[in-house]
Design a binder for this molecule. Structure first.
Ligand SMILES: [Zn+2]
Length: 141
């Protein structure tokens, strides 16, 4: 399950809406406690896939390294990736599944015509070799 600070989620929605019609992406920073991903920060990464920025994303590795540094400073780590699906449901694609790493949460924000439709979180379930939906809970401080 994913627990994400409400203010961080609000920010991510804003970023995904502003990025429309392109697919935007970045990393999620926080701590993992057993099976719970606790997200309290994020870092925007450039989408290197310019040709298919409508439906593909590729994190800029330089941004990823910067995000790791930022996480370390607050004793946290990168525990997930967010990206948007412009005019497309928040369902993970085959490509999303193929490139997903275990032990990471994948948050997909579905944006239709520049407005959030919904958010669905995903995680690789290694025992069943599937990309499974996991619950998302907003936390208030
Ligand atoms: Zn996707």
């Amino acid at each position: 399950m994913v627990k994400i600070k409400r203010q961080i989620n609000d920010k991510l929605i804003e970023i995904c809406e502003k990025g429309f019609p392109n697919e935007v992406c970045g990393v999620l920073i926080g701590k993992k406690n057993k099976e719970i991903f606790i997200i309290d920060d994020y870092y925007i990464c450039e989408n290197l896939n310019k040709e298919r920025s409508i439906d593909r994303y590729e994190l800029n590795p330089i941004d990823y390294i910067k995000a790791e540094d930022r996480a370390k400073k607050s004793n946290a780590s990168i525990i997930g990736i967010y990206h948007s699906h412009p005019n497309h449901p928040a369902i993970a694609s085959e490509t999303d599944k193929m490139f997903a790493w275990p032990d990471m949460a994948y948050l997909i924000y579905s944006i239709y015509d520049g407005k959030l439709k919904n958010l669905i979180s995903w995680q690789i379930d290694e025992s069943e070799d599937v990309f499974a939906q996991i619950n998302t809970e907003l936390i208030d401080e």
